[in-house]
Design a protein around this ligand. Structure first.
Ligand SMILES: NC(=O)c1ccc[n+]([C@@H]2O[C@H](COP(=O)([O-])OP(=O)(O)OC[C@H]3O[C@@H](n4cnc5c(N)ncnc54)[C@H](O)[C@@H]3O)[C@@H](O)[C@H]2O)c1
Length: 429
């Protein structure tokens, strides 16, 4: 094993390059910079790099002041120049892993990042993939690509997978407070990557291979998609049975063991839960294995906006095509400004086909996406009164729900923001 690299990591002298400065890469790069490492963030998006150079954050959880401090100390810089990889001892890949067609992984971003590294590698480099992907990616795809450099993985350089588990908007757990799982190609790769993360994270959990680390992340995210799908089905069933699903969940969670609450809503959004489990679904198919739970949960969740439209039709007591609906919250979850795969967008698309629709979201002043071109409506009593129904799609904290309840003709609450205090005008999912 390279004692030179080991010493550089322990002494915070290892130069770190983070490829991809998004929700995952930017907080991670800054976490290493705060500990005294010299970090170079590389992104193909000139606009993002420009904003960092202007000391301006574009990620909700990252304050601009932190960027300014780290750039000021010369511990962090952002660039589009991949040649700076030549000076790095450690390279961490945090690029997107979306779906291409329905249920097919798009690993082109990983391939492109790895090609950029392969041409600029040197001995004793440590390369870690953080992007969520199917089990086998690091060994089957990254290792051979990097070995085209003429260097041998595990002997001349080190490779590991370490899934990112950050939860944007979660004030209780930042990147350094979430235990980190690492799995390398060889025990030395696992050791060095574990050593690296233990510089910024207290609890590092080592597994025996890259594949186990890749699978760990997919187990976590599949657990969420399946349970959210399940509770969405239960919510529909409870409505049919005339039972309040929220009351039932509150009661069930008094059991101190063997139950974990999940809550219904319009489905799942963001770059993780709707997509990552389908990487596993896709990979398993190559082994003639059909992940029935993942597919069923994905289908159940993606049908929720259409279910909500059906409920709205019954709630609004006038011909639906002459109605006007106000959608409250368009981001994929509360208190962040991320619209990716938001079920609210699908809801607006569906409503648009049949009735009048507007939205309000404190984080999104304009909505120009998927053929939708709307401006966030101000939440004044007069504006709220003008709609036949308000649907609470996202439970943002900064919304005056009392004003809505007092002025709306009817509120369809898909997030239980009113709990039992809604009164006659509030209909729960
Ligand atoms: N967002 C989350 O909550 C979260 C949580 C855990 C894991 N992940 C995973 O982490 C990975 C990154 O997600 P994200 O949310 O940070 O994505 P993001 O879209 O916010 O950021 C990715 C960045 O990578 C850049 N990029 C793309 N290709 C590049 C290339 N070849 N070279 C350099 N830069 C490139 C993009 O311009 C973008 O700035 C994904 O695999 C995702 O599944 C995300």
């Amino acid at each position: 094993m390279s004692t030179k690299l080991k010493n550089k990591i322990v002494n915070k002298k290892a130069g770190i390059a983070v490829i991809g400065l998004g929700y995952v890469g930017l907080p991670l790069a800054l976490a290493f910079a705060q500990k005294g490492f010299k970090v170079t963030g590389i992104d193909t998006d000139e606009q993002r790099v420009g904003r960092i150079k202007n000391l301006e954050s574009y990620i909700t959880d990252v304050p601009s002041s932190l960027i300014a401090r780290m750039v000021g100390r010369k511990n962090f810089e952002a660039t589009t120049d991949f040649d700076l990889l030549r000076q790095a001892d450690v390279v961490i890949i945090c690029v997107p892993t979306p779906l291409k067609r329905k249920y097919t992984p798009d690993i082109s971003y990983i391939v492109s990042a790895v090609k950029s590294i392969a041409g600029r590698m040197h001995k004793d480099m440590l390369i870690v993939l953080e992007s969520t992907t199917y089990p086998g990616t690091t060994e089957e795809l990254i290792k051979p690509q990097l070995e085209k450099s003429g260097l041998k993985a595990g002997r001349d350089f080190y490779v590991a997978f370490s899934p990112e588990r950050i939860d944007p908007g979660n004030k209780n757990f930042s990147v350094t407070e979430i235990p980190k799982v690492v799995g390398g190609l060889t025990p030395q790769c696992t050791f060095l990557s574990g050593l690296l993360y233990s510089q910024i994270i207290k609890q590092v959990h080592r597994v025996s291979s890259c594949k186990s680390a890749e699978m760990t992340k997919l187990l976590e995210n599949s657990f969420r998609i399946v349970n959210i799908g399940w509770i969405n089905e239960i919510a529909q069933m409870c409505h049919a049975l005339g039972v309040d699903v929220w009351e039932v969940i509150d009661a069930a969670k008094t059991k101190p063991f063997g139950f974990m609450p999940f809550y219904p809503g319009l489905g799942v959004g963001g770059h993780c839960i709707p997509e990552d489990p389908l990487y596993l679904y896709w990979k398993a198919k190559h082994y003639d294995f059909n992940c029935k739970f993942i597919k069923l949960a994905a289908d159940t969740n993606s049908a929720m906006p259409s279910y909500a439209v059906g409920r709205l039709k019954k709630i609004i007591r006038k011909p639906f095509k002459s109605a006007r609906v106000l959608v409250l919250g368009v981001t994929y979850k509360k208190d962040i400004k991320d619209l990716r795969k938001s079920p609210s967008i699908r809801l607006i698309e569906l409503l648009k086909k049949e009735t009048g629709v507007d939205y309000h979201d404190p984080f999104i002043p304009y909505l120009k996406i998927d053929g939708i071109d709307l401006k966030s409506v101000a939440l004044t009593p007069a504006n709220v009164k003008a709609y036949d129904a308000v649907i609470v799609a996202v439970d943002h904290s900064a919304v005056n729900y009392d004003l809505i309840r007092k002025n709306a003709r009817v509120v369809f609450d898909t997030r239980n923001v009113y709990q039992d205090k809604g009164g006659d005008r509030v209909v729960k999912l």
